[in-house]
Every structure is written in structure tokens, then in C-alpha cells.
Design a protein around this ligand. Structure first.
Ligand SMILES: NC(=O)NCCC(=O)O
Ligand SMILES: [Zn+2]
Length: 485
């Protein structure tokens, strides 16, 4: 009978048609159904074996807005595994006065508790010669090939256009991928001040101060800068049609621009900010904010059409007590929501079960595309011989009601509280270790390893060749008239 055989955490045999059992170093999980990957088209009943989810965007124990996000590498990666995600890509963020290398050291220290594999993006929050030099070390020695730029959070992590353009050019030279959190931070700051002056100090002010236009403008600007720098671009937490439209248009013109909606934006809408309960609304404050149904439809369509590539969470979870820092001033509510544990079940429920996504598209946008875009495929994101045995045995009929009472996340609420989901992991394997079995956690603290990601070869090389061809060249003229002066 065909099998997927795992030895020492690696897949040694992967049956790409039918997988009736998974054998792990003597141990066997049986009767689990069909192998489902981004490349197979088989349909079947029963469970599916698929590559573990990759969350390309999380913030574990992130210093932000005067506090730290509550889920750390212990609770955050447990939440990931419980929901079928076997790898997270977190952000190392430079604090004032720190070098990139010092920031990275901080994240190395924290990540020792990880239950599943992880990697880092590096955030660029300012620009000088040291940053320029350190970027090379980060790419060539530290195994990080992506840099995030905040176009929002003025006075804190925001970078200006000149800094961002300089960093994009450096990314082009190093074979790295720039990421942008795209909102016009200058405009947001002005709108926040106006709303506060008018007495709009509740969480709804957060949504009013960040309309889709501030996102659309910033995405367009980032795309133009990336094009001029000759580098691909990854737009994180794409939340609205204006941003999606800019990405779509750039891709049609042949630019390598990637867009990443969050599961929160796909299933929660702006009405959350108008709830009478202050805590309810504040718990859902994140940037960009949730949008209306038209924007949600645009994001779903983009995932199906391929103009948007990855579904992430931007998991950045703050407790109710932390959210209350912003009572009387919405600009002080720590921005961020959780979602790691619920990303796959919610996407299956609202995507695959409604027909918005095929099963293969589900695997692509939750795992395979991220692995490819972030340059770790096929080690991650594939059920193939030689790949890491990060696997999920997915039961498409299993159901549960999401509740903070049963979650792994350390915060005291869940923004999806009470939602019914159908489609859950039956087993989650991280490098061959069964970390979750039928809802019971068996994961091991410290099991997770850092995944090095090499610089990009082909995309950046193609772009730099094109750039070189298009480079301004002095026209050698034969007849130059005498100066008119
Ligand atoms: N998205 C959000 O509100 N919080 C996390 C920090 C960020 O990435 O913007
Ligand atoms: Zn962001």
C-alpha cells in the first residue's frame, strides 16, 4: 500500500497519488486519505495529507506601542501547531539605538522556546551607513532574505520615501525581498489628530483614520519605488480593493509584486469597530483596519485569480488590559490581533466550503506560495521526498466552535469567538514529530529550528539585468553645435 515514509524528520517517500498511511520511524498513522498539495488535482473523501501551513507574517513578543505582544515563541508556536501551521516567519525589529545584528540577537534569544520551525524577516526602521552595511551581513551570514518597511506609525517605526528607496536599492544589490506595511503614515497622523480634536476618541476613530485611500496610495508609491529600484515587492496585510488594484495592475505590467491578505480581513468587517462594547472594538484594532464586504470580495477574488498569493495572520496579540491603554485615546490602543490557531480552519470554512477556493488553492495560499516567494521551497511547503516532514492530516468534516477558553494563545479573548469552523487538523507533524493528535497537544518546547533562507537568484538577477539594459546612457553624438552662450 502506498505510503508517505518519514525518517529523521524528513520525508523519504511521498506518494503523490494516494497516501493511505504515514509511517514515522516505525510509528504509523493509518487511513488518512489523499495527498493534497498545491500541484495535485485529486479529489477524494476522507482526510488529506498536506504540507503544514506557513504563516509568512507574525509578531511574537513584539515591542510595540509601549508594550510587548503577549504571545511569545512558546504560546505562539503552540497556537500555530494547534491550527495546522508548522512554520512561522516572525520579524526582528530594531529598537532605537540598536544595530540590526543586535536586534537579531534578541530574536535569536527569544526563539529558543519555539515548538515549530521559524524564520525571520528583518525590519528596517531607519537608515544610515551601519544599516546599509548590516543588511549585507543579515543576508549573507544570517540567512534572512527579506526586509520589512513600515510606511505607517509616524514617529515610531515609519521610514520616509528616501530611506525606503535606499533600502530597496540595497535589497536589489543583495538579492533580498523588500516587504511593505503600506499606509500613508503622514496622512494617518493628521487624521488621527483631527478625530481626537473633534472628540472621536473611541476605537471607531482607528477605522476612520485609516481609510482604504491611505493604503491604496502607499501601495502604489511602494510599487513605483520598487520598480525604479529594480526589486520585487511583497505587500503585507493587503486589506482593500485600492491596494489589490495596484498590485493587480503592477502584475499585469510584468512586475513581481506579491500581496498578502490576512484571515482577519477576509472574515471580519468594519462593523466590529462600531460595537457598543469598547473592549470588543478595541480588541479588533489593527492596521490596516477591517473593511466592508466589497473589499472582502475583492480579496477573495484575488486569492482565486492569483493576483494575491498568501493568507497570513500578522499575529500580534495583546490582552484586554493592554488594549485598555487606549481608553480615551484610540491612538494609544496597541495595534494587532491574533489568528494563528484559526487561520487554516477559517480559510477552509469560508474559502473551500463556500467554493471561493479550491482545495489546491487553499494549500497554495496557506503554505506553498509562501515557501516559494520566501525562498524555502521545497524544503518547506511541499509533500515531496527530501522535504521537511511538516505535515498536516486534515479532516475536512471535523467541526468546532472557536473559543478563547480552549485556545493555545495566551490572551484572554479571541476575535473570532463563537464562530463555527468545519475543517481541522487531525494530526500536525513538525519535522516528523507528531505535535498535535486529535486536538491533544504533544508539541515540544525548543523543537523548532531557525530556517535559513538564501538570497534570491533568479528574480533579482532578471530585474538587475533589465535595469542594466534600461540604464541611462549618454548619447555619443557626432555633430555637437557650439554653445549658444
Ligand atoms: N498590524 C498591526 O496592527 N499590528 C502589528 C504590527 C504591524 O505589522 O503593523
Ligand atoms: Zn505591519
Amino acid at each position: 500500500m502506498p505510503s508517505t515514509v518519514i525518517k529523521n524528520g524528513t520525508i523519504v517517500t511521498a506518494d503523490l497519488t494516494y497516501t493511505a498511511d504515514v509511517k514515522i520511524e516505525g510509528e504509523t498513522i493509518t487511513e488518512i486519505g489523499t495527498n493534497l498539495s498545491g500541484d495535485t488535482t485529486l479529489d477524494a473523501t476522507g482526510c488529506y495529507v498536506m504540507p503544514g501551513g506557513i504563516d509568512p507574517h507574525t509578531h511574537l513578543e513584539m515591542p510595540f506601542m509601549g508594550t510587548y505582544s503577549t504571545d511569545d515563541f512558546h504560546s505562539g508556536t503552540q497556537a500555530a501547531l494547534a491550527g495546522g501551521t508548522t512554520m512561522v516567519v516572525d520579524f526582528a525589529i530594531q529598537q532605537p539605538g540598536q544595530t540590526l545584528i543586535e536586534a537579531l540577537q534578541m530574536w535569536d534569544n527569544k526563539s529558543g522556546r519555539a515548538h515549530c520551525d521559524f524564520s525571520f524577516h528583518m525590519a528596517i526602521t531607519g537608515w544610515d551607513e551601519q544599516v546599509f552595511d548590516d543588511m549585507k551581513t543579515v543576508v549573507q551570514e544570517k540567512g534572512i532574505n527579506s526586509f520589512k518597511h513600515f510606511m505607517a506609525y509616524k514617529g515610531a517605526m515609519m521610514v520616509d520615501d528616501d530611506e525606503m528607496y535606499a533600502s530597496f536599492q540595497r535589497c536589489a544589490e543583495l538579492g533580498a525581498l523588500p516587504l511593505v506595511h503600506a499606509e500613508n503614515g503622514d496622512v494617518v497622523a493628521q487624521m488621527q489628530a483631527k478625530l481626537m480634536a473633534e472628540g472621536n476618541d473611541g476605537p471607531e476613530g482607528h477605522a476612520y483614520s485609516r481609510p482604504p485611500e491611505v493604503e491604496g496610495e502607499a501601495v502604489n508609491r511602494a510599487i513605483m519605488l520598487a520598480d525604479m529600484a529594480g526589486v520585487p515587492l511583497y505587500v503585507v496585510h493587503t486589506s482593500c480593493e485600492q491596494a489589490h488594484e495596484a498590485i493587480r495592475r503592477a502584475r499585469q505590467k510584468g512586475m513581481r509584486v506579491y500581496g498578502e491578505p490576512l484571515i482577519q480581513h477576509l472574515v471580519l468587517d468594519e462593523s466590529e469597530y462600531f460595537d457598543k462594547d469598547w473592549d470588543h472594538s478595541a480588541r479588533r484594532v489593527m492596521s490596516p483596519p477591517f473593511r466592508n464586504k466589497q473589499h472582502q470580495d475583492s480579496l477573495w477574488a484575488g486569492l482565486a485569480a492569483g493576483s494575491l498569493q498568501c493568507v497570513a495572520t500578522d499575529h500580534c496579540a495583546f490582552t484586554t488590559e493592554q488594549k485598555r491603554f487606549g481608553v480615551g485615546d484610540f491612538t494609544k490602543i496597541p495595534n494587532g490581533t491574533g489568528g494563528l490557531e484559526d487561520r487554516l480552519p477559517l480559510l477552509w470554512t469560508h474559502g473551500v466550503r463556500t467554493g471561493r477556493l479550491t482545495m489546491n488553492e487553499f494549500v497554495a495560499v496557506t503554505s506553498t506560495n509562501s515557501a516559494k516567494i520566501l525562498n524555502m521551497y521545497p524544503k518547506k511547503g511541499a509533500v515531496l521526498a527530501g522535504a521537511d516532514a511538516d505535515l498536516v492530516v486534515w479532516d475536512p468534516e471535523a467541526t468546532k466552535t472557536i473559543s478563547a477558553k480552549t485556545q493555545q494563545s495566551a490572551i484572554d479573548y479571541n476575535v473570532f469567538e463563537g464562530m463555527e469552523v468545519t475543517g481541522l487538523p487531525r494530526f500536525t507533524l513538525t519535522r516528523g514529530h507528531v505535535a498535535v493528535e486529535e486536538g491533544t497537544m504533544k508539541s515540544r518546547e525548543g523543537h523548532g529550528r531557525f530556517v535559513k533562507r538564501e538570497p534570491f537568484q533568479s528574480v533579482n538577477r532578471a530585474l538587475s539585468q533589465w535595469k542594466e539594459l534600461m540604464h541611462p546612457r549618454k548619447v555619443e553624438r557626432t555633430g555637437i553645435p557650439a554653445s549658444g552662450v
